[in-house]
Design a protein around this ligand. Structure first.
Ligand code: C2E
Ligand code: CA
Ligand code: CA
Ligand code: CA
Length: 281
């Protein structure tokens, strides 16, 4: 038993070494990526479910690695978060998101009140420079604060509720919109929810994806929509992949939808094309 224990320990620690080495390697490569601008943005349209018009886009970052190709955010954002590199990457994402939204509105391809939604990580959210960074970017990109929406997860808020409410209120006071992402997967209690100065609640994909098979998920989704409306929040459902899901959400008065059925995340040229052909309809 002793023997086994020791072997297990060695195996485990070798595994950990590999993980640490991997993370160190990624950290080094991320520094190069930041210097050489290796990030690209995809834009996923958000559609008003009642009338099928576009209300905005969510930007989703990718890392275009010179040898490894396109790396999805889940494979590098957590590491960038740990090392603090997310602050620089996040600022780049914010800057480009706002810049492109400004251009699209001025070209008449996006409605004047369209929103670009940007995901914030925990480190960015608690960065004391966040608001100034965002305000500077809004001025540079000549867009109104109402054109920007910041998406934060429940777990970021629940980490330190009182501090989070202060940060959210500061953001709100500038007219910038706030959305809770992945709603239903964290631990935020309903008692807290009414204290959050949130404009939008995004129902997590895990509830939407099992409609219409999972009756519990359907009950939760319709209850969340009704509750959010009572709290004067808009509801966005994410991960809509089938017509049945979209129909259910429409019947339950969900405001906006996002998902492969409506549009995959698009490159900027693809988004242009999407908007132009939408206008012609
Ligand atoms: P998220 O914010 O929940 O983003 C939605 C994810 O679901 C995206 O994955 C999107 O491509 C995917 N998706 C959209 N519609 C559908 C659908 O109909 N079906 C399915 N199965 N998936 C769908 P992606 O782009 O890989 O992003 C993963 C996560 O990475 C995001 O989850 C977000 O948490 C994070 N992320 C992405 N961009 C950024 C960023 O700029 N900053 C930060 N901090 N995090 C980011
Ligand atoms: Ca999001
Ligand atoms: Ca989400
Ligand atoms: Ca589910």
């Amino acid at each position: 038993a002793k023997e086994l224990g020791r072997n297990n320990f060695q195996f485990f620690s070798e595994d950990m070494n590999t993980a640490i080495l991997h993370n160190l390697e990624v950290e080094k490569e991320l520094n190069i990526a930041i210097k050489r601008n290796q990030f690209v943005l995809m834009y996923q349209p958000k559609i008003c479910i009642a009338d099928n018009t576009i209300t905005g886009v969510e930007t989703l970052v990718r890392w275009r690695h010179p040898e490894k190709g396109i790396i999805p955010p889940d494979n590098f954002i957590p590491i960038a978060e740990e090392t603090g590199q997310i602050i620089k990457i996040g600022a780049w994402v914010l800057e480009h998101s706002c810049h492109e939204m400004g251009a699209l509105i001025r070209e008449g391809l996006m409605p004047k009140n369209a929103k670009v939604a940007v995901n914030l990580s925990a480190k960015q959210f608690s960065d004391p420079n966040l608001l100034q960074t965002v305000l500077d970017i809004l001025i540079q990109s000549k867009i109104d604060p109402l054109n920007l929406e910041l998406e934060i997860t429940e777990s970021i808020i629940m980490d330190d509720v009182e501090a989070a409410i202060k940060i959210m209120e500061a953001i709100k006071s500038k007219g910038i919109h706030l959305a809770i992402d992945d709603f239903g997967t964290g631990y935020s209690s309903l008692a807290y929810l009414k204290r959050f100065p949130i404009d939008v609640l995004k129902v997590d994909r895990s509830f939407v994806s099992d409609i219409p098979e999972d009756k519990t998920d359907m009950a939760i989704t319709s209850a969340v929509i009704a509750m959010a409306h009572k709290l004067s929040m808009k509801v966005v459902a994410e991960g809509i992949e089938t017509q049945e899901q979209l129909d259910f959400l429409r019947e339950n008065n969900c405001d906006d939808g996002q998902g492969y059925l409506l549009s995959r995340p698009l490159t900027l040229p693809q988004l242009h094309h999407f908007l132009v052909s939408n206008q012609k309809q």
